[in-house]
Ligand binder design. Sequence first.
Ligand SMILES: [Cu+2]
Length: 292
Amino acid sequence: MSLQSVRLSSAGLVFLLSFVAYFAAISNAAIHNYTFIIEKKTVTRLCKQRIIATVNGQLPGPTIHVSNGDTVNIKAYNRAGYNATLHWHGVEQIRTGWADGPAYITQCPIPPGGHYTYRFTISGQEGTVWWHAHVSWLRATVHGAFVIYPKKGKPYPFPKPLAEIPLVIGEWWNNNPVAVIDEAVLTGGAPNISDTFTINGQPGDLLPCSSSETFRFAVKQGETYLLRLVNAALNSGHFFKITPRIYCCSCGCLLHQAIQNRCSRHLCRPDYRCSYHGQPACGQILYGRPTI
Ligand SMILES: [Cu+2]
């Protein structure tokens, strides 16, 4: 066999292997179809009813779950009465810039009654990003988490948690946020600050009219949980910590009692500042807290 034909056959082998690897990667990837209806919804927060823009009537909106390498197909229908677009915050748009979502930059806004399909492939990314509206301040209520798992068959680089909990930090205005920013633009002043911060759309149980809807999640002692944090607040950075105060512990509650009762705060002393000595006696609860 001549040297030239050996070179040709090794080049052919490299080509064949890349071809096989390419199709193996593609065959592992999935296509996820979502329908996002941008629509109005009447909700009550801080004892006041307000009509807000949402996706599918939810606040926060639906969480997107994909794996690295997958393709996402999101059909967005705009029934909110405003021009709207959706932006996939943190997602790298590789050759799909038209799916990125900033109004008047990569696309015209979707007019009321219109629709637009966002289609893109996740490439080389893992973790938690998010999505939000990208017209005016609609994103105050039109947002949600976007979870990217490792490629199929690839484990996390840490022990698998028992459960994963998206925690979306947000801001709530009693007034319409679109009116808040319109007023700021008109006057040249800073926009009015929000009336409260929220976790998963709820202001927490230290504020009126929210205690029954406060986001809570019961956990088992000794288990590991993955909190997928998103800061969807419009104008503020947030520090996040789990304080001893939110452990339901040493408050006269027995372990089995706490677990049976899903470790309700009511098992703690009235001020729920349970003494925490480094060893929570039972699970812990997460809940929204007001601005301090
Ligand atoms: Cu963004």
